[in-house]
Design a protein around this ligand. Structure first.
Ligand SMILES: [Zn+2]
Length: 405
């Protein structure tokens, strides 16, 4: 990146950045690796507060000596004779640190299994001209642009994004990127980027301060979720006042069958889904528990639980169906016109397609306390991790609880 030239839409800001990079370059001490690329007299390779290029003494005639030439032949140590011929005593200990420190992260192996790190002033995290190393890739200084956009770890996010954010590669600064490119974007593209960047920062902090790992592959899906929620909240603000008053599960009225579903993520990954179908007498006419490895997202799991419940209801011959869930967001989405191509909306369309198997389908949000049986089934699914569907007989554990709660 530091070798980027001003070839693309050069602007005043961009040109000044290219100049700025020369300054930045000076502020970065060189990564040594195996020392074959690093010049003894041309690169600032010795740890110091301010990066310095060492002055070459007159008796050393080779201008382009490489650092590895000062190492012993097997590469495991310094050639003390060569160091003594070139540097003063005090300087030599600094040079040794350039190879010797046990920095964590990805560094070139020195051949003896030892991590050949560099520039680790505190022995834990590397510093580049005062900027800490990126805690996600452990390989580059963590400037704002790197941490939020350019880190190699994040490239999967930009690749999965449904908008084209490829112009980022022509910039080294977020404001500059937006100032030059975003005028042509839709509001949604811009908002999605803001959400993405927020989630990237949150992910970075979770790793750095709580050692919690969020896979970069999940980031775009999370962006879509936030965008979905945003749309739903905007659409349903005035609807939320007309929610149910009852706080008990109620039998459906003939000819309706009622489907109650519940779902939740499982900490180890994936989730558990459960659903129960009851007729106008309150009798169970079908139930299921499903265990899925993917996704690990509460809203998607709730939507999957509804879809599976609809399949079951169709199988047992329901014609009029009331679907109840305590996931308000999912029910709101099912009542809201949505045309975006998110994963949740793909499920939503599948659900609407399933609805055509019935004469009538209603979706209702109910408070959690009215959904206890479904909640119970899903807890069972979470423990059993099995996929089971009952249509002809009620499972024993259910027949015991169904009239108690
Ligand atoms: Zn990084």
């Amino acid at each position: 990146m530091l070798d980027a030239k001003s070839g693309y839409k050069p602007s005043a800001i961009w040109r000044s950045l290219v100049v700025g990079k020369e300054v930045l370059k000076k502020g970065l001490r060189r990564s040594i690796g195996n020392g074959r690329m690093t010049g003894v007299w041309t690169d600032p390779w010795v740890p110091s507060k301010v990066p310095i290029v060492l002055p070459r003494p007159n008796h050393i005639e080779t201008k382009n000596e490489k650092v590895h030439e000062l190492r012993t032949e097997d590469g495991t140590g310094w050639d003390e004779g060569k160091l003594a011929a070139r540097f003063e005593e005090g300087m030599r200990s600094h040079q040794k640190r350039a190879f010797g420190c046990g920095a964590r992260g990805r560094h070139v192996d020195m051949g003896n299994g030892q991590q050949g790190g560099l520039l680790c002033e505190n022995g834990v995290q590397m510093r580049y001209g005062g900027i800490l190393e990126c805690s996600m890739c452990n390989n580059e200084p963590e400037g704002v642009f790197h941490a939020l956009v350019d880190c190699p770890e994040l490239q999967i996010l930009w690749a999965m994004a449904k908008y084209d954010y490829s112009s980022r590669v022509y910039h080294t600064n977020i404001l500059e990127w937006l100032a030059m490119e975003a005028a042509e974007w839709s509001d949604e593209q811009l908002a999605s980027l803001a959400v993405a960047i927020y989630l990237v920062w949150e992910r970075r902090n979770k790793k750095k301060f709580a050692s919690e790992v969020i896979h970069a592959e999940e980031l775009w899906q999370r962006v879509e979720r936030v965008m979905d929620e945003l749309q739903i909240v905007t659409f349903t603000e005035d609807r939320s006042k007309s929610e149910p008053i009852s706080f008990e599960w109620e039998k459906p009225e003939y000819p309706y069958t009622k489907l109650n579903i519940d779902a939740s993520i499982i900490k180890e990954g994936g989730g558990a889904l459960g659903g129960i179908l009851r007729d106008e007498t309150g009798a169970c006419v079908g139930a299921y528990t499903h265990f899925v490895q993917y996704p690990n997202d509460p809203l998607l799991l709730e939507a999957m639980a509804i879809r599976n419940g609809l399949d079951l209801a169709h199988k047992v011959g329901c014609t009029h169906l009331m679907v109840e869930s305590d996931a308000k967001m999912v029910i709101d989405i099912l009542r809201t016109p949505c045309d975006k191509a998110s994963t949740l909306n793909a499920l939503y369309r599948e659900i609407l397609r399933s609805c055509t198997n019935f004469q009538v389908v209603n979706f209702n949000w109910i408070p959690r306390m009215c959904n206890l049986v479904a909640d119970f089934i899903f807890r069972k699914a979470r423990i059993d991790c099995k996929n089971v569907v009952w249509t002809d007989s009620v499972p024993l554990y259910l027949s015991e609880v169904i009239f108690d709660i």
